[in-house]
Ligand binder design. Structure first.
Ligand code: ARG
Length: 389
């Protein structure tokens, strides 16, 4: 074997993989690929610097627009797995596809990633790399390495240890959410210190009302101003963050069955999904809303499980897109005190119309409701009578 492409974040784990892939796995050439899904600029820069320094070649690929397209699908699906907004889960296939494309271009013999054998990411990465026909190598999963061993090995191989500022958290950050896990946070009974949060605080002293416009289920404008998906999400992360909106501290069922304690920040996700759900309630029928809830749950599970290449995912999206043809309109929301609350909404497809409330104008005689009411509850009454006799 000669050439391997490594899915690279620039952190300790994936950097240690570079010499390991040569020493333990016998590769002659290691190519690192970092995919931009909206992580902080300095993280990307650091990854690029370190990739160029320690690997034979490095690529940085910009996939933000591709990720935004996935986020739009998520908004239409009100994406939510057990209360988690799916930021990491949704980004993984985007990252994996971009890494696989480079591996094809480079005619690589394998793709490596730094996911462990305990989490969900291994499933999400493996799936896509295998779909492309590559052999997958996951040193962290295969070699069972401890952090101490990794640090020693890094020093031996002339690799700088990234400064951790005495914060033992593992952070995964992208445009849609920020996840903080590990260290003391693993214990469900431990209250996290304020310092784990970076996107949310309570700086805003006064409530604020904002307006979001949707077109076919996709947010297109903030306070009347048209914005790109990326710009809108970044802006809402800042605005919502000041109100302390979008923190989640939860127990989560990993695919493998492990229960994990998770902490997330996601102001824009909370605001946009709250607004989107509210608009749907104005324009979709009761039956559409009820059925869509099942579809949404299945949708979120496929994303969480890393199964977005299953044909079911396409079929669910087709259903969802059909419902979104009428999800056009605006929602006003009040932000304040860690909460977001819809306070007004309107749409050209609204199923509420003032003139319809008065039955006369519809040509409906309300006395007809009596007959409806008699049949409506018939079976329950039959049953109760049965019991009585
Ligand atoms: N539990 C989440 C998921 O499976 C987030 C994992 C984030 N990883 C991290 N190292 N913080 O999608």
């Amino acid at each position: 074997m000669s050439k391997v492409v490594l899915c690279y974040s620039g952190g300790l784990d994936t950097t240690v993989c570079i010499p390991l892939l040569k020493e333990r796995y016998g590769f002659k050439e290691v190519i690192t690929v970092t995919v931009n899904v909206g992580q902080p600029e300095e993280d990307l820069k650091k990854a690029e610097e370190r990739g160029k320094k320690y690997a034979d070649r490095h690529y940085t690929v910009d996939a933000v627009d591709e990720f935004v397209d996935m986020i739009f699908m998520l908004i239409k699906a009100n994406g939510d797995y057990e209360g988690y907004v799916l930021g990491t889960a949704l980004a993984r296939p985007v990252i994996a596809r971009n890494v696989a494309e480079i591996a094809v271009k480079e005619n690589a013999d394998a793709i490596a990633h730094g996911a462990t054998g305990k989490g969900n990411d291994q499933l999400r990465f493996d799936n896509i790399f295998l779909e492309y026909g590559f052999k997958v190598i996951a040193p962290m999963r295969e070699l069972n390495l401890t952090r101490e061993w990794e640090i020693e090995y890094a020093i031996k191989n002339g690799i700088d240890i990234p400064v951790t500022k005495d914060r033992p958290w593992s952070i995964d950050e992208n445009l849609w959410s920020r996840s903080v896990e590990g260290g003391k946070l693993e214990s469900p009974s431990y209250i996290p210190p304020e310092e784990i949060y970076e996107w949310t605080n309570r700086e805003a002293k006064e409530d604020e009302i904002i307006r979001i416009d949707f077109e076919r289920g996709v947010p297109v404008a903030l306070n009347g101003k048209k914005m790109s998906g990326r710009g809108l999400i970044e802006k809402l992360n800042r605005i919502g963050g000041r109100h302390g909106i979008g923190r989640t501290d939860m127990m989560e069922d990993r695919v493998l069955g492990l229960k994990a304690r998770e902490n997330y920040e996601h102001p824009a996700a909370t605001i946009l999904i709250t607004a989107h759900r509210d608009l749907e309630k104005l324009v979709l029928t009761r039956r559409e809303l009820k059925f869509k809830r099942f579809v949404e749950e299945e949708w979120a599970e496929l994303v969480y499980y890393g199964l977005v290449n299953d044909p079911l995912f396409d079929a669910l999206n087709a259903f969802i897109d059909r419902t979104q043809e009428r999800v056009t309109g605006w929602v006003k929301l009040r932000l304040g005190d860690c909460h977001v609350m819809p306070v007004a909404r309107d749409s050209e497809f609204s199923l509420y119309r003032e003139e319809l409330v008065s039955f006369d104008s519809l040509g409906i005689d309300q006395s007809l409701a009596e007959g409806f009411s008699i049949f409506h509850s018939l079976q329950g009454r039959l049953f109760r009578r049965l019991k009585r006799d």
